[in-house]
Design a protein around this ligand. Structure first.
Ligand code: PHE
Length: 337
């Protein structure tokens, strides 16, 4: 019996088989238990001899099973390690890499151009006070022009800025009445508009501000013409049309010629061959004054452009929502920017 059991243990391949053997030989219904149970029927002399023998056999089988169990475990571990060996010479799996968002790329282009024109880059908070967003820009409370920009108010005094113009006032305050101030301000702005192909409740602007002694309208025109040609192409021209903003006087709207698009009418350019790209003007004396500059000594120009608009014109994108829905089919078209 012992020989037979040990033999079977030796040839076992799996933990499961080993369990079966354990039950078969050592279990409650196994032969050894049976022998031990039958002890009562034996004579007093036989009992200790048979009992001892049964115990020895049982222990030997038990030991053999336990040893085999350890061996099986080791083998299983080795097999698994063998299977999981890493081939360090295999090439890695390619990780998909994101690309620069077209809006970020366009902001980058705008920044490069204005840095080249001697501007530096300023920033301001997206959650703005009523004072900077409106009052410091010559828009007192109840001024009807506040309605031009439906706002997201947080409290009575705080709102999501509707324009980057508040950074004009913040930057001038920092300069404490001394020019030159020459900055552009790229940033997010927010308005209570219903989203459609040309409106988004969140969009980007880039503000420009140049305050110094003797800054003139012709400087504004020269800077923006240079920008338009660098951004859109040498063949482009700009034109100024009179307009109104509470914080500039006089105020203008600036159009860019449609270039090669005009005539055939590219998707976003109008029939007239001109398209409006930004608002601008000479900084209102009241605004200079409120931010600590003496309007008798200083003058300045300011402009504000919609970044999506510029991007849509340059890359012929027909829906502003494309910038915010993160559709990879759209984004992947700008890999080279
Ligand atoms: N802030 C204005 C707007 O959002 C644009 C602007 C900026 C106009 C600076 C004039 C000067 O419509």
């Amino acid at each position: 019996l012992k020989e037979e059991a040990l033999n079977r243990v030796k040839n076992v391949q799996s933990e499961k088989e080993l369990q079966d053997i354990r039950v078969a030989y050592l279990g409650k219904k196994g032969p050894i238990t049976e022998v031990l149970r039958g002890m009562g029927k034996l004579s007093a002399e036989e009992r200790p001899v048979i009992g001892a023998l049964a115990n020895v056999v049982r222990d030997e089988i038990k030991d053999a099973i336990n040893q085999k169990s350890v061996l099986l475990e080791q083998k299983a571990l080795e097999d698994q390690l063998g299977m999981e060996t890493i081939d360090v010479t295999l090439p890695g799996r390619p990780v998909p890499i994101g690309t620069t968002h077209p809006l970020s790329a366009v902001v980058g282009e705008i920044e490069e151009i204005f840095l080249g024109l001697g501007f530096s880059i300023a920033e301001g908070p997206e959650i703005e006070t009523d004072y900077y967003n409106f009052e410091a820009l010559n828009l007192p409370k109840d001024h009807p022009a506040r309605d031009m920009q439906d706002s997201f108010y947080i409290t009575e005094e705080l709102l999501l800025r509707t324009q980057t113009s508040p950074v004009q006032a913040r930057t001038m305050e920092k300069h404490q009445g001394k020019g030159p101030v020459k900055v552009i301000v790229p940033g997010k702005v927010f308005r209570r508009d219903d989203d459609d192909a040309t409106h988004s409740h969140q969009f980007m602007q880039t503000e420009g501000l140049y305050v110094d002694k003797d800054v003139r309208m012709s400087d504004l025109k020269g800077v923006l013409e240079s920008f338009a040609k660098q951004f859109f192409g040498k063949e482009r021209n700009i034109r100024l049309r009179p307009s109104f903003f509470p914080f500039t006087e006089p105020s203008v709207e600036i159009d860019v010629s449609c270039g090669i698009c005009s005539g055939n009418g590219c998707r976003v350019c109008k029939q007239s061959g001109w398209i409006e790209v930004l608002g601008a003007g000479m900084v209102h004396p009241r605004v200079l004054e409120m931010s600590g500059f003496d309007p008798k000594e200083y003058s300045g120009f300011a402009f504000g452009m919609g970044v999506e608009r510029l991007a849509m014109l340059k890359y012929d994108i027909d829906d502003i929502r494309q910038f915010y829905t993160n559709d990879l089919r759209f984004l992947n078209q700008f890999k080279t920017l």
